[in-house]
Write a protein that binds this ligand. Structure first.
Ligand SMILES: *Cc1c(COP(=O)(O)O)cnc(C)c1O
Length: 435
């Protein structure tokens, strides 16, 4: 119904949406931060809630007409609490980066020291990159993975923390294929009087599906995007303990507890009106994630990643840390003589119907714009219903492209094989209903 209107009123944009639908339908989506939401989530996103202004929080708004917005935001919050076992939840952050910004803004002073995983080792831009607010406005002390094992070494993190005395330590990953020891991070933070921020954007779905250890209830603050493995709309949330463990040390002059500091940082500190249509869609996604099937889904994501990693290694492909424990893996192309060829390989994979992204590998000698690695993961293909058998087929296709990336006819052949594979897994089989 909605799409029918669009087709008439703006055929140009309509055609682009249809073309994008076709692109994802005909390829395999392996970017580990991407996923496909349910039609229910999509419908909530395109609802009348997009029109509303509701600066403030439920029961304390600056505009009228909040009867239903308040209900939907309270619903999203209570479902998030149930899902994660969180004490306090703010569902208003527009996306992951603003959510992290709000935590910095709430708890740190400009220039304060904090520690985050180096981007080349799998950390996110907002964990201290020199071109990001986090590295520009605060003093970022990166920690690295071990050069030999490529695993995070908590003893090293602790040594650096004791020496540097940061005010916050971030435990997180965007391109690190192993599990995070949240308890270990929290212990270090308690020892050096630092806040512990666990940014679980990538692995939130695995955590609620019990396929990864949870940072709850002990972690001070947890941020997450809602659109990655959690399979919700594009957005984020902040969860935290109500009381500030370090209040007397760092915020003796305010009566606000940690939850209040964070809420004020989100609004009015950094944001204006919340995106109520996204809040509604978050509530829908949280209820989907509360169902028992979601646990099966999360477990399958990890099984699929392991199957794909195994087959890639059988094919002679080198993986960072030689495998995966989560939903993602990083191919290290240096041993294959493809140092600094990430861009070319990403393009070749696109031509073969395989969507993934170029990525730095730990201690990469090549530049981030054309690095020596490829990052891939399984949340989206698992949503599509694929299992370990399909993962092995895709892995063999990837290995072939790595060998023949300049050979256009080989890429075309792989593309046909991928097309055949995906034809058994329609993505939005009932998408036409929207038209
Ligand atoms: C994706 C991601 C973010 C940022 O999310 P955006 O919605 O792209 O701003 C932050 N932290 C981590 C760990 C991420 O993976």
């Amino acid at each position: 119904m909605l799409m029918n209107n669009l087709k008439k009123s703006d055929p140009e944009v309509y055609d682009l949406i249809v073309a994008e639908g076709d692109r994802i339908e005909r390829g395999v989506e392996l970017i580990p931060s991407e996923n496909f939401v349910s039609k229910a989530v999509m419908q909530a996103m395109s609802s009348v809630f997009t029109n509303k202004y509701s600066e403030g929080y439920p029961g304390r708004r600056y505009y009228g007409g909040q009867e239903f917005v308040d209900k939907v935001e309270r619903l999203a919050i209570s479902r998030a609490k149930e899902l994660f076992g969180a004490e306090h939840v703010n569902v208003q952050p527009y996306s992951g980066s603003p959510a992290n910004h709000a935590v910095f803004f709430a708890l740190l002073e400009l220039g304060d020291k904090f520690m985050g995983l180096d981007m080349g080792c799998g950390g996110h831009l907002t964990h201290g990159s020199p071109v990001n607010f986090s590295g520009l406005s605060y003093t970022a002390i990166p920690y690295y993975v071990d050069r030999e094992t490529e695993f995070i070494d908590l003893d090293e993190v602790k040594r650096a923390a004791v020496k540097e005395r940061p005010k916050m330590i971030i435990s997180s990953l965007t391109a690190y294929p192993r599990k995070l020891d949240f308890k270990g991070f929290q212990e270090i933070c308690e020892e050096v009087d630092a806040y512990h921020l666990a940014d679980i954007s990538h692995i939130a779905g695995l955590i609620v599906g019990e396929a990864h250890e949870s940072p709850f209830p002990f972690t001070d603050i947890v941020t997450t995007t809602t659109h990655k493995s959690l399979r919700g709309p594009r957005g984020a949330m902040i969860m935290c303990r109500k009381e500030d463990r370090l209040h007397d040390l760092y915020h003796p002059d305010t009566k606000k507890n940690q939850a209040q500091l964070i809420d004020s940082a989100v609004f009015p500190g950094l944001q204006g009106g919340p995106h109520d249509h996204i809040t509604a869609a978050k509530a829908v996604a949280f209820s989907e994630a509360l169902r028992p099937e979601f646990k099966t889904y999360a477990g399958q994501i990890v099984k699929n990643a392991k199957a794909m990693a195994e087959e890639l290694m059988v094919q002679g492909v080198k993986l960072v840390t030689n495998g995966t424990d989560n939903h993602l893996m990083v191919i290290d192309m240096r041993p294959s003589g493809l140092t600094g060829k990430g861009k070319q390989l990403q393009t070749a994979m696109d031509e073969a119907g395989i969507t993934l992204n170029k990525n730095s590998v730990p201690f990469d000698e090549a530049r981030p714009f054309n690095p020596s690695g490829l990052r891939l993961g399984t949340p989206a293909v698992t949503t599509r219903g694929m299992g370990e058998g399909e993962m092995r087929v895709i892995a063999r296709c990837i290995a072939r492209v790595l060998g023949d990336y300049k050979d256009k006819s080989a890429l075309e052949k792989t593309k046909q094989e991928i097309l055949e594979l995906v034809s058994d897994f329609p993505l939005y089989p009932d998408f036409a209903v929207l038209e």
